[in-house]
Design a protein around this ligand. Sequence first.
Ligand SMILES: NC(=O)C1=CN([C@@H]2O[C@H](COP(=O)(O)OP(=O)(O)OC[C@H]3O[C@@H](n4cnc5c(N)ncnc54)[C@H](OP(=O)(O)O)[C@@H]3O)[C@@H](O)[C@H]2O)C=CC1
Ligand SMILES: CC(C)(CO)C(=O)C(=O)O
Length: 319
Amino acid sequence: MRYGVIGAGAMGYRYGVLLQEKAGIPVDFIETWDPNREQVQKQGGVYVSRDHENRHLVPINIYAPEDYHGHPDVWIVFKKQMQLADELERDAAAGLFHPDQYVFSAMNGLGHFEKLAQYFNPDQMLAGTAMIATVLNGPGDVDFMGPENGEAMHMAPYNDQAPDETMEEIYADFQRATLGPEMCGNWLGMCLTKVAFNAVCNTLCTMFEINMGQFGSYPGAAEMAEQLFNEAHDAAARAGIKMIEDRGQQVQSVLDSCVKLKYHYPSMYQDFSKGRPTEVDYINGYIARLGRKNDYPCRTHEFVTHEVHLAEQMRQYRN
Ligand SMILES: NC(=O)C1=CN([C@@H]2O[C@H](COP(=O)(O)OP(=O)(O)OC[C@H]3O[C@@H](n4cnc5c(N)ncnc54)[C@H](OP(=O)(O)O)[C@@H]3O)[C@@H](O)[C@H]2O)C=CC1
Ligand SMILES: CC(C)(CO)C(=O)C(=O)O
């Protein structure tokens, strides 16, 4: 099968390059961020490192949507939540989407699948979550964090049915690409479990401008995580959403990830530190809205969402 990656950023490069290099599968990249596309075209590919080492050039095909005339079987979508609506509108206007195509996305937060469902058949959509840490150093330069074969991800059909033949093929391709896929049902519970994880790690690391190892080294880390998970799980239960890990497993997963990915600055920090808006409204903000909708205020998530926005706004007063 042929793959197209929409969004040649940190995670888009991670999936596309691994599919290309490990599984030998043809991949095309669509990128609307001009400096990134131009840099890749100028240097003849993307520079890829792993844990800051072995920086090497990987040749890739990259296009602006309007210049692309291919027809991949599967689109892999990795944009920031707030960029997605404009991206999909531009891609659709450029004639990129066709009724036979499948789509997969493992973006953080929630809100993207409703947007994707405006362009794709819900029976051909795969939801995903990725416990895969990646840093975009700048245009055309990406760093895969963590050891080879350390990648781990979940995927689930968006229609909550058993995966069809194409979905099984995508799963097999991801396996060959060493992305560490695990197929499950219950797409919403799967995604909300990752949202709750990111609502702890991404948000707290961003606010205190620390990496995951530094957060994990704080003796109160488990207690802080527990408070946020308790609210998220209470809100999920009231909304009738079954999480794929329980509260204790989620706290342990944070502590383990803070060891395994100790040098990683979560993607939210990468946005924050470069002066860009963060995805907090789709992460803690999503949990807070879910709680309110079900008559259960998640006061810590509400407060923390404000704190991140306050920190974003206060960046203007820094030297
Ligand atoms: N990175 C990670 O480890 C993980 C990320 N995710 C999720 O995947 C999705 C995609 O995220 P990710 O791949 O990290 O994001 P990207 O690397 O794609 O960054 C997104 C955008 O940010 C801008 N940008 C990025 N780097 C720079 C830079 N150096 N200078 C200026 N602008 C820059 C560009 O848009 P513009 O010019 O419009 O600002 C770019 O298109 C998100 O939902 C994220 O939460 C999920 C798991 C792990
Ligand atoms: C890698 C991981 C899991 C760390 O929270 C992530 O999702 C991110 O950086 O956004």
